[in-house]
Design a protein around this ligand. Structure first.
Ligand code: MN
Length: 416
């Protein structure tokens, strides 16, 4: 195994907590996505489903989980695809019943071809089913969800459908010690990537050369994949917020923006740094960068339980507005949004934009990003500094603070 999963007790406990929040006379249904054809007979890489991982530790495609606490024969059942021995030589070993039991701690594991027979029996005992059936249509896991929605509509129109989101987001937003260990590991791997990139960075190489350095470092350190498309953006490219072409040549004198996070055991880091290509900030770059760095550090220090995303955003707009006024980029503080147009923070975890209550007060245990930015396309400059911050009982802990962001440290490291 490339990464260490938490022990089965972690997943058992998560299921227990989910069941505690379910209404009486309910079952809950979770599933991983289908395998998706890319071209010919080649599949897209399978990314595990977050809820199925969180509740059962299962990372395989085309699996299903039913929580049925009031059913008399069993209270939870996991379905895995039938492991056809004649296909094993082509596809490699698939998850077995024994492995699924060991990973998840679920006693009852069946093959997916028996799902419908089991489901029609189990649903007789309840009025409600929790399931994720909605989606944007861009989520291919939803094909499974759409099929299941049709299946329910034609066969069991009497079942009330309830969303899993309110319960799963309430549980997943508060990170447990096992999850924080995995997130810290993802951040440590990400740090190794940033440090390797600092060593490689120079004018004349290409953005994708540095992506190769990240990829190599992440793989060597047991990360399965990036948590999102890495942004490696030199000069004016950094002022395009979701630039991900990573195709251009680095030029001496320009700034390089790196927004990259390794995923480890399905948990992701999300870190942004800005480094001067030639290892030294110009006076103008230093002025802008140090101003943003002070703002970012002040925002990190303001993280504490009960603060809201709205308050963090207002504070960011206020601080950036004052700074831009001070350096005469704007003449009215209200024009800050001309140079800063995104949100300062989001939840982080199994997804880079993780689930949680975005309008309420932040609970202790949440991990959020703090990522103010200043983008000045007319100067060919895009700046963003992003750390991953844990909300603690007493305030905050910056989980990514070891990834260099101080001017002295950056220039010293890049001078070598
Ligand atoms: Mn982010």
């Amino acid at each position: 195994m490339r990464h260490e999963r938490p022990p089965k007790e972690f997943f058992q406990n998560n299921r227990k907590k989910f069941i505690e929040q379910m209404e009486k006379s309910s079952i809950a249904y979770f599933y991983s996505s289908d395998e998706v054809l890319r071209n010919g007979d080649v599949h897209h890489e399978h990314r595990p489903n977050n809820n199925l991982f969180y509740l059962a530790g299962i990372e395989d495609p085309e699996c299903k989980l039913l929580l049925c606490p009031e059913y008399d024969r069993f209270q939870e059942v996991l379905f895995i695809p039938y492991n056809d021995p004649s296909l094993a030589v082509w596809n490699g070993p698939m998850i077995t019943v024994e492995e699924a039991k060991e990973i998840s701690g679920i006693e009852t594991v069946m093959y997916t071809n028996s799902f419908e027979a089991q489901f029609s029996r189990i649903q007789k005992s309840v009025e409600n089913i929790y399931a994720k059936l909605d989606g944007t249509g861009r989520d291919h896991a939803i094909m499974n969800g759409v099929r299941f929605a049709d299946y329910l509509r034609y066969n069991f129109p009497g079942l009330n459908i309830k969303k899993t989101y309110p319960i799963s987001s309430e549980l997943r937003v508060r990170k447990q010690k096992e999850e924080l260990n995995l997130m810290q590991k993802a951040i440590e791997i990400t740090e190794k990537g940033f440090r390797a990139v600092i060593d490689e960075c120079k004018g004349g190489i290409y953005e994708f050369d540095l992506q190769a350095t990240f990829s190599y470092t992440f793989l060597k350190n047991r990360s399965m994949r990036y948590g999102y498309q890495p942004i490696i953006a030199c000069g004016k490219n950094a002022a395009t917020l979701h630039y991900a072409d990573n195709n251009e040549q680095l030029k001496d004198g320009e700034l390089l923006l790196l927004d990259v996070g390794a995923e480890y055991c399905n948990y992701t880091a999300d870190v942004t740094r800005v480094y001067p290509v030639n290892g030294k900030f110009s006076e103008r770059q230093k002025l802008l960068y140090s101003g943003l760095l002070e703002i970012q550090k002040e925002l990190v220090r303001s993280v504490k339980p009960e603060i809201t995303f709205k308050e963090l955003q207002e504070k960011t707009v206020d601080l950036i507005g004052k700074f831009l006024l001070e350096i005469k980029l704007i003449t009215d503080v209200k024009d800050a949004k001309k140079y800063y147009m995104h949100h300062v923070s989001h939840f982080l975890g199994l997804s880079v934009h993780d689930i949680g209550n975005h309008s309420g007060p932040l609970p202790a245990g949440a991990v959020i990003t703090i990522e103010p930015g200043i983008y000045i396309p007319e100067e060919g400059i895009g700046l963003r500094i992003e750390d991953d911050v844990l909300v603690t009982e007493s305030g905050y802990e910056n989980l990514s603070q070891n990834i260099p962001k101080e001017i002295d440290e950056i220039e010293k490291l890049m001078a070598k």
